[in-house]
Design a protein around this ligand. Sequence first.
Ligand code: 4AD
Ligand code: MG
Length: 385
Amino acid sequence: MEGLLVESSHSGQAVELLANTLQLGQCNTQEFPFKARQTHTPDYIRQFPHLRARTQSFSSLLRLRDTATALIHTFFRDNGFINVHTPILTSSDCEGAGELFSVKPCREEGDVEEDEEGEFFGCKAYLTVSGQLHAEAIACGMKSVYTFGPTFRAERSHSSRHLSEFYMIEAEKVFLSSELEPLLNLVEDLYKYTVEGLLREREEDMTFYHEQSQSTKEWVMKSLSRPFLRMTYSEAVNALRAANANFQFEPKWGSDLKSEHERYLTHHVGHCPLFVTDYPVTLKPFYARQNSDGETVSGMDLLLPGVGEAVGGSIREEREESLQAALTRCGMLESYQWYMDLRRFGTVPHGGFGLGFERLLQAVLGVKHIRDVTPFPRFLGSCDM
Ligand code: 4AD
Ligand code: MG
């Protein structure tokens, strides 16, 4: 990788920084936060969001983000999907997938207008937590579609895998049966196409990250050479209960898998990507298609080593009566009449998923904190720049 030459205003000598662009002008190396030929920790580098593109780790990351984005678009295009732009401003909370940021006008800069009644749009408006329902509306009129855009969640979490703003790839595939298999294959193919492409087109940048995490390199290489593991939620809970591990939260059928459970599963069940399928009805949103056992739905998560859940998806409930019952159960029937129309006026069996772009990068690069795989991280307590 080429070095960046920055002239020191003090010594007049050129110092090397590890990025690969050339810059003009003086740089006071005493004040400049990154020192030549020194290793800086991610925690330190993260304090300078406006300057970190000049470090090797971050310029590598930005090239990888760019290439991964292009590969994902090519994958969908080659597989017959069309790209749609779903809205960022929305009046729908998509199943309550996450906590919402509300959007209100400002009268003047900094002066947030009271807009409780939503007079600007005539209804309350939010930043999108998922483009899924909009993508479904389009898929039901056209064919398989995907969207790849910014997504916002107001979770009050400081965890290493949560951002308030992240990018999500959401696909809706039409003419799926009630079987999950083709949907799982689609996710697996997308992962493999993207990661193989990164290793081929960005070998040097991938090596830079993998040299810092040999175990990541090992599982990533393994993940490309064999099928992903698949187990049902019930099997996962049984494996956890038999694990004899000191979990903070006891694994129980009907309870969400916590991140400690996901970590255990990916680590101990093959150290490889793992699909968990057929979750209890209560753990997946109203649109997930109910299985014939009446207790589980045709839904799935993909767990990746290091980060846990990177994908969530399901076959969508296409049966009008079942959907109506599910919406009634969660008290959303009235506001989701437009979603009922997608079945009421004829439908197409379909299913889809959402892949967290940052979580994918975090996992395959072996980056500990999600804030280090996005240029300008937004999270509880921070919206710098
Ligand atoms: O599992 P989630 O909530 O699923 C949905 O939103 C569905 N509507 C997707 C669909 O079927 N079209 O979110 C999908 C993925 C998660 O698996 C995770 O990778 C990522 O989005 N994600 C986050 N990434 C970073 N920060 C957060 N706060 C995230 N919340 C979810
Ligand atoms: Mg999820």
